[in-house]
Write a protein that binds this ligand. Structure first.
Ligand SMILES: *Cc1c(COP(=O)(O)O)cnc(C)c1O
Length: 438
C-alpha cells in the first residue's frame, strides 16, 4: 500500500466524532461502533471502499441492537424448540418485561413504602390458574426446582424414584445425576418397564425424604409396562409424612384437548401430589422458569432454604410469567390450537405468492411436533411451504434468519411454529434468497 492510500483512510477518532456515529455510540456502546469503524477502515485500505463513504459503511455495518442474539423465524414445525429459545413470549409478556426492566416495585409495597413480598402478583396468578395449589414458588427453571426439592427434602436422606423415570432431559443432563449432586441418595424402585405400588411401599423407611415422580417427557416405553400413577401413590403415602413430589415437566396448567397424554399441574395436585414441578417456557408458553406448586408448608420450607436465594428469578421473569398467565393466549398455545385447514390455507397463500414471483414453491402437508420434551409420540398434522433443497442454508443465513428443514430432497418451511403475522416476513426472506440467484 502506498503512503497516499494510507493517508486517505479516515482516522478512528475523526470517524467516531461524526455526529451520526456518536449517536450510534450512545445507543449501542462505543466498543461496537469502534469495531465497525476498524472493519470499514480495512475495506478502505484494500481499495474496496471510497474514503468518503466511510460513515455510511459503518452505519450499514452496525448491528441493530447491542446484543448479538437475533430474532429467528422458527419454520421447523417444532413448537417449543430448545435451540431457538423454547417458548416465544406473547406481545403482552414482552410489554410487561419492558415495563419491569428499569427500577420497579418487585419487592416494595408502594402503599406503605415498605418492603413487600417478591413477585406477589405472579404467585397470585399461578394460584388462580391452579386452584388445587395452596402456595407457589418460582425459580430459575425446572432443574432448579428439582435441585431445591432434592436439597431441602432429600439431603442426607433417600428419594424414592422408579427406574423407568431416570430421565435424561437433553444435552447430557440427567435428572438422577442432578438429584444426587445435592447429596440426596436415590432409592430406585421397580425395573425399566415395570413398577408396582408394593415396590414403593417396600422402599419406604425412616430415611425416606420424599417420593418423586418424573414425567418421561421425551420418550415412551411400550409393551409389557406398568407405572404407578400419582392417584395410586398418594393414598398409599397418606399418614406416612412422606411428601409426594411430581415433576410434570411441560407446565400445562390444565388438561389439554390436543395433548391427552401430557400431565398437568391442576390434575396432578388434585390426584394427591404434595408438590408439582414444571417449566415455565414449555407448554405454558412463558419465560424460562421453574414452577413449584402445592402444599403451603412444603413450599414455605423450600422458600426458607438458603439455596432458594441462588435459584430465585429476576423481575423481568416475574413480569413475563404474570402476563403469560393473565394476558392473552401465548404463541405456544395458539400454535398448538392451530387447525390443519388454517395452516393449509396459509401454505397455499404463501406458495401462490412465491410461485407468482418465479420461485418453485408448493404447499404440502407436513407433520409438526410439540418439542421441548413434550408429547414425544404425538405428531400434530400441519402444512408447510416446500422449496428446492438449496434454499435451506441461505434462508438460515439471511437478514431475517429462517430455520426450516430438509426432508425428501425439499426444504420445508413448516407453518405451525411460525406466528401467522410473520408470514409476510417469511415470504420476504424467501424472495430475498431467490433474487440473489436470478
Ligand atoms: C424439561 C424437563 C425438565 C427440565 O426443565 P428446565 O426448565 O429445562 O430446567 C425437568 N423435568 C422434566 C420432566 C422435563 O420435561
Amino acid at each position: 500500500m502506498t503512503t497516499d492510500q494510507r493517508r486517505q483512510v479516515p482516522r478512528t477518532d475523526t470517524l467516531l466524532a461524526d455526529p451520526r456515529l456518536a449517536g450510534a455510540g450512545e445507543r449501542l456502546g462505543r466498543v461496537l461502533v469502534k469495531a465497525a469503524v476498524q472493519r470499514v477502515q480495512q475495506r478502505i485500505r484494500v481499495g474496496e471502499l471510497a474514503p468518503e463513504d466511510a460513515v455510511d459503511a459503518v452505519l450499514a455495518d452496525l448491528p441493530p441492537v447491542a446484543g448479538s442474539l437475533r430474532p429467528v423465524l422458527n419454520a421447523t414445525g417444532v413448537v417449543v424448540h430448545t435451540n431457538l429459545g423454547r417458548a416465544p413470549l406473547s406481545a403482552a409478556a414482552v410489554e410487561a418485561v419492558l415495563a419491569a426492566s428499569g427500577t420497579t416495585d418487585v419487592e416494595l409495597d408502594l402503599r406503605t413504602g415498605r418492603r413487600g413480598p417478591r413477585g406477589e402478583a405472579a404467585i397470585a396468578a399461578l394460584l388462580e390458574a391452579v386452584p388445587a395449589a395452596e402456595a407457589a414458588l418460582v425459580v430459575n427453571n425446572c432443574a432448579a426446582a428439582l435441585a431445591l426439592v432434592a436439597t431441602a427434602l432429600g439431603q442426607g436422606r433417600e428419594l424414592v424414584l422408579a427406574r423407568g423415570e431416570l430421565v435424561e432431559i437433553g444435552d447430557g443432563f440427567r435428572i438422577p445425576e442432578l438429584l444426587e449432586s445435592t447429596g440426596a441418595r436415590l432409592r430406585e424402585v421397580g425395573t425399566t418397564n415395570r413398577v408396582a405400588l408394593a415396590d414403593y411401599r417396600d422402599a419406604l423407611g425412616p430415611a425416606t425424604g420424599a417420593v418423586l415422580k418424573v414425567h418421561p417427557s421425551n420418550f415412551v416405553v411400550r409393551g409389557f409396562t406398568r407405572a404407578v400413577e400419582v392417584g395410586e401413590l398418594a393414598p398409599a403415602l397418606r399418614g406416612t409424612g412422606v411428601p409426594l413430589v411430581a415433576d410434570v415437566g411441560s407446565g400445562l396448567l390444565r388438561p389439554h384437548p390436543v395433548l391427552p397424554d401430557e400431565p398437568d399441574l391442576q390434575t396432578t395436585l388434585a390426584a394427591g401430589a404434595d408438590l408439582v414441578l414444571a417449566s415455565g417456557d414449555k407448554l405454558l408458553g412463558g419465560p424460562q422458569a421453574g414452577l413449584v406448586l402445592g402444599r403451603a408448608e412444603l413450599v414455605q420450607r423450600l422458600r426458607r432454604h438458603p439455596l432458594y436465594r441462588a435459584f430465585r428469578v429476576d423481575k423481568t421473569t416475574l413480569a413475563a410469567l404474570e402476563a403469560t398467565l393473565r394476558g392473552p393466549l401465548p404463541p405456544v398455545q395458539r400454535m398448538l390450537a392451530a387447525d390443519v385447514a388454517g395452516l393449509r390455507e396459509r401454505a397455499r397463500a404463501l406458495a401462490a405468492r412465491l410461485v407468482a414471483a418465479g420461485v418453485a414453491a408448493a404447499a404440502v402437508d407436513a407433520d409438526s411436533r410439540v418439542g421441548g420434551g413434550g408429547a414425544p409420540e404425538h405428531p400434530l398434522p400441519g402444512a408447510a411451504v416446500s422449496l428446492p433443497p438449496e434454499f435451506a442454508e441461505p434462508l438460515r443465513l439471511g437478514g431475517t434468519p429462517v430455520v426450516g428443514y430438509v426432508e425428501d430432497g425439499r426444504t420445508l418451511l413448516n407453518l405451525r411454529s411460525v406466528p401467522p403475522d410473520a408470514d409476510d416476513s417469511l415470504a420476504d426472506a424467501v424472495l430475498e434468497v431467490a433474487r440473489r440467484w436470478t
